[in-house]
Design a protein around this ligand. Structure first.
Ligand SMILES: O=C(O)c1ccc(O)c(O)c1
Ligand SMILES: [Mg+2]
Length: 652
């Protein structure tokens, strides 16, 4: 079968702004076309010819004009009125240079239904459209009065039997109603005139309300859009794939960001589909497959000298050893097991700039992957910003991209020798005050805090780039509001990330975003295989854990069948406990430092799958107590010289 390059399109309803702003954002994101949603046009100050010109200037084709409502099955005189209305919209389409209109199934209270009556209406409309070189497509709205299923819409189109009348399928209406998308495989691809794509989170609610407010980009929700698109592609369909996403948050968000996310979602979707369905007519741009991530190779902090000193004291108390000094820069490498923390006080380069903008923060994450070059190639194909800075003497050119909050993600692999970066770029040093090692083996997970509105963006970013899956969203109750937490993890657990979305600046997470001027890593969780033993070593090193209240341990004893002596040991070490069907989970926290950053140490026993979600509210409350009231200037909090992370004079 000859293949047609993928043509991407997006409905103007998906984005904020006026038509001009929307078109600019859509074009910048690399789309080929747009659906003009009627309201956007009516609200616009210029006419159809000007819209045609604007679209052409932006290199965009107008793929669809929509919606035309309440057309089919009406009795006279309403029927004649509907045809008159259609003729006026045909006039408009001619001026706009768009040849296809979407007619969504009627919700009109006087619509009579009747499959042949509806087919006759479409045959006549097809005749009128064809006379002007136009086409009409019929879409089943999930809440349509007589037609609410693509199979019935197809039967209407089939019986209308007119070359200018075709079917429009929309993943939301099919999947939202729980209709098996494989039923699309029996429809001829050339009778499908247009394909609209949207995902949605699984929420049990009224279909219309769900559709108009909660749609999201393919891959951002819970519907099987991949299964839907596989079925559509299998029919031989080769027209545009168009996003039609009604979402309250997107309508108020940055049109540029939403457009970039949208195009990424389409490219990722078609990449998956092309790998699963060999004989399709649409050819997505070639890119390496999703990347297998092997874990977090390093975490790099940007710091000034004073912060580096106190961060070093904290790391040492946690059993890290200062192992190396960069050959040419003010950069230290701290290591314990496979856990590596890089502390960068260099004023030039990215870390220096990041420190000026955010203060002490994690400016860079190193991820171990099978193929670093392929990772950057896929990221670039998906519209991610690549990152490069001058390579200094003795340094390796490690492939990198921009991630959450403008931070950098570096990729390290074995095949290219990039894993040798520590031996190549760092000179071994004698640690002047080595501490007792605490048995940390590596990084269990990294938690990135962001505004709630950014969560879909970044979950799509990771899911489209890596072989990772998302876990169900968890709500964390903070004394200042709700924080949503979304875990993203590789099947083998090698890479685990949590995205935490704060809705208000009164939460501990929200204050972190405000105080550090942007989204970033808020905590790093290291792994231990024996947390009680780790806690003992930490105590010897003078580590000050986050103090947990007695109430917590009394409740623990009540909730789980744990013996008193064990609970007493947890309590003495300020260790938090959770269990699930697979196993047990122990957690120990540092006190917050800087703008609210902290470390965690965890022990996973058995096949425990979570992140201690049930403990999060109590942990957050303990941290908020130490941070003191919001609004305190950064300098008023002594960072971590005493590891308390409290403001001066704060409660211990
Ligand atoms: O919500 C609606 O009315 C509506 C209109 C047009 C569409 O293509 C659609 O999927 C939904
Ligand atoms: Mg639709």
């Amino acid at each position: 079968m000859s293949r047609t390059p993928l043509k991407t399109s997006i409905a103007t309803v998906c984005l904020a702004g006026d038509l001009r702003e929307k078109l600019a954002a859509i074009s910048a994101a690399g789309f080929d076309g747009i659906e003009i949603f009627e309201q956007d046009f009516i609200a616009f100050e210029h006419g159809a010819r000007e819209v045609a010109r604007m679209a052409a200037d932006q290199g965009l084709e107008i793929t669809l004009f929509q919606p035309f409502r309440d057309f089919e099955g009406l009795p006279e005189p309403l029927r004649a009125r509907a045809f008159d209305r259609a003729e006026r919209k045909f006039d408009l389409m001619e001026r706009m240079g768009c040849d296809l209109v979407l007619i969504c199934s009627s919700v009109h209270p006087e619509s009579l239904g009747g499959i042949d009556r509806m087919a006759d209406d479409f045959a006549e409309l097809g005749e009128r459209a064809a006379a002007r070189g136009l086409r009409v497509g019929f879409e089943a709205l999930a809440w349509g009065r007589h037609v609410n299923d693509h199979r019935d819409a197809w039967e209407v189109v089939r019986r209308a039997d007119h070359p200018a009348v075709g079917l429009i399928v929309d993943s939301f209406h099919t999947l939202g109603r729980g209709i098996d998308p494989d039923t699309i495989r029996r429809i001829p691809g050339d009778r499908i005139f247009f394909v609209q794509l949207a995902d949605a989170p699984k929420i049990d609610m009224d279909l219309l309300y769900w559709s108009r407010h909660f749609r999201c980009m393919p891959g951002e929700g819970d519907l099987d859009v991949t299964g839907f698109m596989r079925a559509v592609a299998a029919t031989g369909y080769k027209g545009p794939l168009s996003l039609e996403v009604f979402n309250d948050q997107f309508r108020g968000g940055s049109p540029r960001t939403i457009a970039v996310d949208g195009r990424r979602s389409l490219l990722h979707l078609m990449d998956q589909v092309a790998r699963l369905e060999p004989e399709i007519a649409i050819a997505p741009p070639p890119m390496p497959p999703r990347i297998h991530a092997r874990g977090v190779g390093f975490v790099e902090f940007a710091a000034d000298e004073r912060e580096a000193e106190s961060l070093g004291a904290l790391l040492r108390a946690m059993g890290f050893r200062r192992e190396g000094r960069h050959v040419s820069k003010a950069v230290d490498l701290w290591r314990q097991g496979e856990a590596r923390v890089v502390v960068n006080t260099d004023r030039d380069g990215f870390a220096g700039a990041s420190h000026i903008a955010h203060g002490l923060n994690v400016c860079d994450l190193g991820l171990a992957v099978d193929d670093a070059q392929a990772t950057v190639e896929r990221a670039r194909a998906l519209g991610a910003a690549t990152f490069a800075q001058a390579v200094g003497p003795g340094e390796l050119d490690i492939p990198a991209i921009r991630g959450v909050g403008g931070g950098v993600l570096h990729f390290i692999d074995r095949s290219s020798g990039l894993a040798k970066v520590w031996e190549t770029e760092f000179r071994p040093v004698e640690d002047d005050a080595p501490a007792t090692p605490a048995g940390l083996t590596g990084v269990d997970h990294v938690a990135q805090t962001m505004n709630y509105e950014e969560m879909l963006t970044w979950s799509l970013f990771y899911l489209s780039l890596f072989e990772v899956e998302k876990q169900p969203m968890v709500d964390v109750v903070d004394p200042g509001g709700l924080v949503r937490s979304q875990a993203i993890e590789a099947e083998d657990g090698a890479l685990r990330l949590t995205l935490n979305g704060a809705e208000t600046h009164r939460t501990f997470a929200g204050r972190f975003i405000a105080d550090s001027f942007g989204s970033s890593v808020q905590h790093v969780a290291f792994a231990s295989t024996d947390l009680l033993a780790t806690a003992e070593a930490l105590a010897q090193n003078g580590f000050a854990p986050l103090p947990m209240p007695d109430n917590y341990y009394e409740d623990l004893a009540a909730r789980f069948a744990l013996d008193d002596a064990y609970v007493a040991r947890l309590r003495a070490a300020n260790i938090l406990y959770d269990q699930d069907a697979g196993g047990r989970f122990l957690q120990l926290y540092s006190r917050p430092f800087g703008d609210g950053i902290f470390f965690e140490i965890v022990e996973r026993q058995g096949a425990y799958a979570g992140y201690g979600g049930p403990n999060a509210p109590f942990r957050v409350a303990a941290q908020a107590r130490l941070m003191g009231p919001p609004g305190l200037p950064r300098d008023a909090r002594s960072p971590m010289d005493d590891q308390t992370g409290t403001r001066k004079g704060g409660r211990p």
